[in-house]
Design a protein around this ligand. Sequence first.
Ligand code: SF4
Length: 281
Amino acid sequence: MNKTIVTQVIPTIQGEGISVGTPVLLIRLGNCNLNCDFCDSKWANNLKITEVPQFDINNVSLPFILEEIDFENFIKYLKDNFLNKFEIRTILLTGGEPFLYKDFISKLVNYTDLKQITNIEIETNGTLLNNNDDYKMFNYCWGKIIQLNISPKLNPTYYKNEKIKDIKDIIEVFVSNEVKSLKTIIEKTPTEIIWKFVHSKEMEKDIINFIRSFNTMNHIYIMPLTPARANYTFEGNFISAFKTSCLETIDFCIKNGFTFSPREHIWLFNQTKRDEYIMGG
Ligand code: SF4
């Protein structure tokens, strides 16, 4: 079993997709099975368990390994520091790739004494939803609405896998996941699936091909690519390049009837960890 590395816990807002603007308690889990060049949470990836300090309940510092504390203590930490202080009804699990930690997700979703939480959103690249039993993670939600925000990555070089050579191979991964996991999750549990694609001009054909390969795909959002920060010394130039990226994405959406999703966090919380931008804290 993977040990769960928690790298960030902050009250903030959802930055993109169908629930953009919603107050959320963002919980970021470290490490990812992919390696995207535009990743804005690379700082949270490639963490080695041995480098994560011992958890101290009296002096919580991040990152920490969840299995070093009782799950009850983790929930107490969330309540004492955030959920009892803010009017937040949604937990947003992000990463890295949260489904590296299926046991943790199952525990959180099935936890009974978390009444102030009505929604749990999970940001995922979708590749690890590949098992016939995945739906069991969402068996007992206790009235909570679970929303999977799946953002497939369409560039084969991100996959760290020699077998993934082109878009056809990526589509095959997701068609297989649809059969083994996604259909059952939708059929057997009160879970919503939202699809999000990062747009660039080079990716347009692949996005359309990918979407056409699925019959059951609803709720499709297209998001602008983040320009590589390293290329911009001045914030204004970065924002200007991001605006150009947004406008190109909007053109693509209008032409093809897709819904544009802003990415508010990219220009609001532009630095690496964004801890200094805790809303209301
Ligand atoms: S899948 Fe997401 S978290 Fe993982 S490397 Fe890509 S952008 Fe980063």
